[in-house]
Write a protein that binds this ligand. Structure first.
Ligand code: BTN
Length: 261
């Protein structure tokens, strides 16, 4: 029995179109994996897979996304659309997740390019976008993992750079923490708003950015790194970097370090 999350709890709390139909799993390998499979079975736009626990949660760059049963909010939304600029979609999803967290916690959430949502300077949520095009037409899976409540058992390998909703609230105010259902419904609603009506979403992504104006080192898919000042975020989600050898647009990568200066 999972107190704060389940098929019925979610269905009765939903505020928008996203989340119907819904599949809830107590345990599954990966909600993204299941959503991709569901697309092949005809899942419509807005279909949602939620799990209490993942046995093979996927992170970006082939990493794992680990979370103990009951400690995270783990879900994937099916988006039946062709995505022209994946970087823009990732930014839009980041804005939706940040807004959704703020709505139920009152805390200010920022975005660390390209897909980390932060409270303070610590990562609280990550987003994994996976696209596919099959006989069913184009589709994208938006997978979101939010650290909800570690109950004092902070995962050692990320203790210095990550936080959970409970930890962040305890530090600031000690207020009651939202349930995972409340958090899910809020984040889903905001993602839907941003994707359907978010004309100014990139402006919001810029104003929430914890990277713009900073000197950063970015690891690229090739394994090499570039460093320079992050001066702009394009409408396609690319980060403009002024380096010693010129200005470049970085479409995909990972901020390894924020450098002093
Ligand atoms: C990142 O590396 O920051 C992205 C992590 C995304 C994790 C979520 S948890 C729900 C969904 N299912 C997965 O297997 N991964 C995403």
């Amino acid at each position: 029995m999972i107190a704060d999350l389940g098929q019925h709890e979610i269905e009765t709390a939903l505020r928008g179109r996203f989340g119907r139909p819904l599949e809830f799993h107590e345990s599954i390998d990966s909600t993204n994996g299941r959503a991709l499979e569901w697309v092949g079975e005809g899942a419509p736009d807005g279909a949602l897979v939620v799990a209490d626990h993942q046995t093979a949660g996927r992170g970006r760059w082939g990493r794992s996304w680990l979370s103990k049963p009951g400690s995270g909010l783990l879900f994937s939304i099916v988006l039946r659309r062709d995505v022209v600029a994946p970087g823009r979609l990732t930014s839009a999803l980041g804005v939706g997740v940040a807004r959704g967290i703020e709505d139920v916690t009152g805390l200010e959430a920022t975005l660390k390019w390209p897909d980390d949502v932060q409270l303070g300077a610590r990562k609280v949520a990550g987003i994994l976008v996976e696209a596919l095009s099959g006989s069913e037409g184009p589709a994208v899976i938006a997978g979101v993992g939010i650290n909800h409540d570690w109950r004092g058992e902070v995962p050692e390998e990320i203790a210095d750079r990550a936080t959970s909703i409970r930890d962040a609230i305890d530090v600031v105010s000690g207020d009651l923490i939202p349930t995972r259902t409340e958090l899910l419904v809020s984040v889903l609603y905001e993602i839907e708003q941003v994707l359907e009506r978010g004309h100014t979403v990139m402006e919001e992504a810029r104003s929430r950015s914890s990277v713009l104006g900073r000197y950063v080192r970015i690891r690229l898919a090739s394994g090499t790194s570039v460093q320079g000042e992050a001066t702009a975020l394009g409408d396609d989600g690319a980060l403009k970097l002024v380096t010693d050898s010129g200005t470049i647009d970085v479409l995909a990568g990972e901020v390894e370090r924020l450098l002093p200066g």
